[in-house]
Design a protein around this ligand. Structure first.
Ligand SMILES: [Zn+2]
Length: 472
């Protein structure tokens, strides 16, 4: 008997966490934290499995919404076996240590408002060290036998990690049991980025596909080809730099930072962008080194390319934000959605005041974030970055670019087409995204049953009936 229970990341991009009970072996796929929530609300609903077997957690990649609740899961289940790629393990060490102090700060604010969050026990750097040491790492394609304490089946489960092409170390997770295969996509991308090569999902006959739907509601004609978009970025950037302005590019520190640094540097080397100072900060340089160490062991566009060879300056060495405007420069700062309190949010406030400078967005913006407000703003308009902040006049140029690290909706259907699963469970996307993918599978793959994952709703995979019938 195989049951599936979403603990988070159903019907939204949030705390991805899915529980599978395979004949008594409890396997958790991902253990993320909601990036825009705080306290208990940001965590997966671990209470739902308090009476169930919990033996393994497999982490698809090191992004916050797939990894960061892991220390809280380990507090509850100290004997759980954690499995990831070696690259995800190395990145997790950096990002989880980095989040210790951020969480402490966040929680002290939350606790004042919400007594409920007191239940949340903050973890220490020592606990993270122990957690990282305990991660069992597996290379892409290596088989791992999973057999829980209460496993009732005659045969064990075999798990394999497959390169997902999303960020360094990202993996789709394949579970095989009694001749049936379950594939969890994690976050996946089929086409190439600047550093990462796209995923090649082997054409296996899959029984159940658990599929992300991030770009389901995005019209792909609005997403130019990566190289065309790089040329457009070059033209726009050069225009600003030549006239003496500076360009702020908000990015996520893991993945997007490294890809955009590679894009900008390659454009500089080819003479398409003026050679100017590039600033980055935070844990970007440490993450860059992990990318570099692994350049020969994972799929790369150019294994010789090294991020640490790019001459970058540390943005935290600049005494005042206004100093960035003394000379033309390019600043890559996190967070990608300019969340309040982050470096990109603070810098954006200064950028808005400077007429000859520009903010160029390069990724997805959640509607509730300051990044979304800035991305939509027109020059000359007055905007509030948050509901409670003062109005800012938008004097700088705003331009939006697309360098996605997720599959387009056509690529998601290509995955369905190549493996022809009997059942698809749709996760990691908003309702519109799920509707587009669900609708398209319904029309094009008539033998595939479609199931929209619902938080806290357990289903038996063998008996799964389609709960998705048409566009809602
Ligand atoms: Zn991701």
């Amino acid at each position: 008997m195989i049951s599936f229970l979403p603990l988070g990341g159903a019907g939204e991009i949030g705390a991805s966490c899915f529980y599978l009970n395979i004949d008594g072996t409890g396997i958790i796929l991902d253990c993320g934290m909601h990036p825009l929530k705080t306290g208990m609300d940001a965590l997966p609903k671990f209470d739902l499995i308090k009476d169930f077997p919990v033996d393994y957690v497999l982490i698809s990649h090191a992004h916050q919404d797939h990894l960061s609740a892991l220390p809280f899961l380990v507090q509850r289940h100290p004997y759980i076996i954690i499995i990831s790629t070696p690259q995800t393990r190395a990145l997790a060490e950096l990002t989880l240590h980095n989040s210790v102090s951020i969480l402490k700060e966040q929680l002290s604010e939350v606790k004042q408002k919400d007594a409920h969050s007191v239940q949340l026990k903050i973890y220490s750097h020592e606990e993270i060290d122990l957690l990282i040491q305990s991660i069992e790492y597996r290379a892409y394609g290596e088989n791992t036998i999973l057999k829980g304490y209460n496993h009732q089946g005659k045969t064990p489960i075999v798990a394999t990690l497959i390169d997902a092409g999303h960020i360094l170390g990202s993996a789709a997770i394949l579970l095989e049991y009694n001749g049936k295969k379950i594939l969890y996509s994690g976050d996946i991308k089929l086409s190439n980025q600047a550093i990462a090569k796209g995923s090649k999902i082997p054409s296996l006959s899959i029984d159940t596909l658990i599929l992300e739907t991030t770009y389901g509601n995005t019209d792909s004609t609005l997403i130019p080809k990566w190289n065309d978009e790089a040329q457009r970025l070059a033209l726009a950037t050069n225009r600003i730099l030549i006239s003496g302005g500076s360009v702020l590019i908000p990015v996520f520190s893991l993945g997007k930072m490294q890809e955009m640094l590679a894009v900008v540097w390659n454009l500089m080397l080819s003479g398409k962008i003026l050679m100017t100072d590039i600033y980055t900060g935070g844990i970007a340089s440490k993450i860059g080194r992990v990318y570099d160490y692994n350049r020969y062991v994972v799929n790369r566009i150019d294994p010789e390319f090294e991020l640490s060879a790019i001459p970058v300056k540390n943005l935290y060495d600049v005494a005042q934000a206004e100093d960035f405007f003394k000379n033309p420069s390019i600043i890559l700062a996190s967070s990608g959605m300019m969340v309040e309190g982050t470096a990109s949010f603070k810098l954006a406030k200064h950028w808005l005041k400077h007429k000859g400078s520009a903010i160029f967005t390069v990724g997805f913006m959640e509607e509730s974030t300051p990044g979304f407000r800035i991305a939509k703003a027109k020059q000359g308009e007055k905007i509030r970055l948050t509901d409670f902040s003062e109005e800012n006049e938008v004097k700088c140029e705003i331009n939006n670019f697309r360098f996605p690290s997720h599959a387009s909706r056509e690529e998601l259907l290509e995955i369905v087409n190549s493996i022809r699963p009997k059942k698809v469970i749709l996760v990691h996307g908003n309702q519109e995204s799920i509707d587009w993918i669900g609708g398209a599978i319904l029309v094009n793959f008539k033998k595939t049953k479609i199931f929209q994952a619902e938080l806290g709703k357990e289903i038996l995979i063998e008996k799964m009936e389609q709960n998705y019938s048409s566009y809602k």
